[in-house]
Ligand binder design. Structure first.
Ligand code: SF4
Length: 362
């Protein structure tokens, strides 16, 4: 039996040629694109402006990779909702919906089931990589949350589970689908793709000139420390990473955001701040400091507020723009990590770290 095509991962032009194979005119492909990517349709049956015969045929030969809500947890202040979503094969991913006082509504999406990067401060990495998500499974996270929240997304950040650039093709496809006028039309500058520092993929992303914001997880000013926190640094040391970031900024004209998780006594001293500022000086960059949210099973501590302010002051004094990430939904994150543990079949249970709730893209 041939595999049914997943229409949720196809661009409009691909849908047009795909329906041509069913002897349908191009406008049927465009109608499909609006249903699938614009409205996030859950089934072919609900596509009421398509003839019933075509809907039946579609259900026979195609499918829509569709996620379902397993659990949702909302923070005490109501601003943040974390979702545990199940894919058709039973794999689960986590996604976050954040509402801001200024009206922004940001969706944080996962790109992989688990993650193979093994960053030592992130228990998602401890579970290892399950599989890559298809583009449609990435975009559907946004549709599911929109439907559930009853409002439209304004920003999308690729900062959930997984390393987006290790799943580059699906990530790029998802960015384009979310940005497309027949899709959700999210402004490209309102889409942020994060990476732990895969240098060749950063270069490829630059060449694609998507125009989205790139966020790079840096977390240390020197290779010795960064290799301990972020093992991929052994393959792509800081100098090559920053070179690729410089290239990204030059090619795209976009400022690169550097994420820096502050771990008490590990990477948060004034000396770390000074050396970090030296590294970033002269780059078209912005530094986002993230005080660590403690997890009992991991050997790190969160620095106090004065330590965080001091770190920010030192870097800012060197001319690097700095923000400190506002805590959002911290009260629900660890619990949600546990939910995923409970609902992922066939995977070794681990205690998941609270994911870093990202700031919305500028
Ligand atoms: S921090 Fe990101 S890249 Fe590193 S292990 Fe966690 S999910 Fe993977």
């Amino acid at each position: 039996m041939t595999e049914r095509a997943d229409l949720r991962s196809l661009y409009q032009e691909e849908l047009v040629s795909w329906v041509a194979g069913l002897n349908e005119p191009p406008y049927r492909g465009r109608q499909l694109a609006r249903w699938v990517h614009g409205r996030g349709a859950r089934s072919f049956e609900g596509m009421t402006d398509l003839p019933a015969s075509l809907r039946r045929r579609l259900a026979e030969v195609a499918r829509l990779a569709t996620l379902r809500v397993v659990r949702r947890t909302t923070s005490a202040d109501g601003s943040t909702t974390k979702y545990l979503l199940a894919c058709e094969d039973g794999s689960t991913v986590e996604s976050v919906w954040m509402r801001y006082a200024d009206g922004r509504r940001s969706a944080c999406v996962s790109t992989q089931v688990g993650c193979g990067m093994g960053c030592t401060f992130c228990a998602t990495g401890l579970s290892g990589l399950g599989r890559n998500l298809a583009a449609g499974e990435i975009t559907d996270q946004v549709h599911v949350m929109q439907h559930d929240q009853g409002e439209r997304v304004t920003h999308v950040v690729f900062m959930g589970m997984g390393e987006p650039l290790a799943n580059l093709e699906a990530t790029v496809r998802a960015v384009r689908l979310l940005n497309a006028p027949y899709g959700l039309g999210v402004g490209i500058r309102r889409i942020t793709v994060s990476t732990v520092g895969l240098v060749p993929q950063i270069r490829r992303l630059a060449q694609l000139r998507l125009g989205c914001t790139l966020a790079v997880s840096l977390h240390a000013p020197d290779d010795e420390l960064r290799s301990r926190l972020v093992p991929i640094n052994r393959r792509y040391p800081i100098s090559s990473l920053l070179e690729a970031c410089r290239e990204y900024a030059a090619v795209t004209g976009r400022r690169v955001t550097f994420e820096y998780v502050l771990l008490e006594g590990v990477n948060d001293t004034p000396d770390h701040a000074r050396r970090l500022a030296e590294r970033l000086h002269g780059l078209l960059a912005h530094l986002n400091l993230i005080p660590w949210n403690p997890v009992p099973s991991l050997p790190y501590r969160r620095p106090g507020p004065e330590r965080v302010r001091q770190f920010a002051r030192i870097v800012r004094a060197q001319g690097v723009p700095v923000t400190v990430r506002v805590e959002r939904g911290v009260d629900i994150l660890a619990a949600c990590g546990q939910l995923r543990e409970a609902h992922t079949p066939g995977r070794k249970p681990v205690q998941l770290a609270p994911r870093l709730v990202p700031a919305a893209a500028p």
